[in-house]
Write a protein that binds this ligand. Structure first.
Ligand code: GLU
Length: 157
């Protein structure tokens, strides 16, 4: 079972995310990652294995006040760095972590995501590309998210 932690704050989000993910370790996972942003800067760091390995990769340069972190328990695609969450949309304007399974990801890929450059094999990456695609077509993030959820079938947080 995976874990999700998010923060919108005014202090260093990285430490809060790593500590949050450590608290969720007991649930079990195979890989982990964080996305942290602070205005102009954005950092995406992922690692296979323990949170300690992610933490070592993060170092002290990953600064920002807003972020999201994830521990993954793979259901679609092997436990690799590319398949670890967070995932990014085609233009990297949208970032997503996901707990669960998107049952119709293959159909969504075929119907909506022709020409998209996917980095891994997860069902999750399809979801964020779908949201990003709708945003590219002119919808706000909220509208794109709602439209995607009408199409996506399965279980998700
Ligand atoms: N189905 C997603 C994946 O394989 C999420 C798995 C999870 O809940 O950690 O990446």
């Amino acid at each position: 079972m995976c874990g999700i932690v998010g923060v919108v704050g005014n202090t260093n989000a990285t430490d809060i995310l790593i500590q949050g993910l450590e608290k969720l370790e007991y649930r079990g996972y195979d890989s982990a990652g964080i996305f942290v942003t602070g205005g102009e800067q954005a950092h995406l760091v992922k690692a296979v294995g323990r949170i300690a390995e992610l933490s070592a990769k993060v170092g002290d340069k990953t600064e920002g006040t807003t972020g999201i972190g994830h521990t993954r328990w793979a259901t679609h695609g092997k436990p690799t760095e590319n398949n670890a969450h967070p995932h990014t949309s085609q233009t990297a304007g949208h970032i997503l972590v996901h707990n669960g399974v998107i049952e119709n990801y293959a159909e969504i890929k075929e119907e909506y995501l022709a020409g998209h450059d996917l980095k891994g094999q997860t069902d999750t990456e399809i979801a964020v590309h779908l949201i990003g695609q709708f945003a590219e077509e002119g919808l706000s993030t909220l509208e794109a998210f709602k439209k995607a959820l009408k199409i996506i079938q399965g279980s998700y947080a």
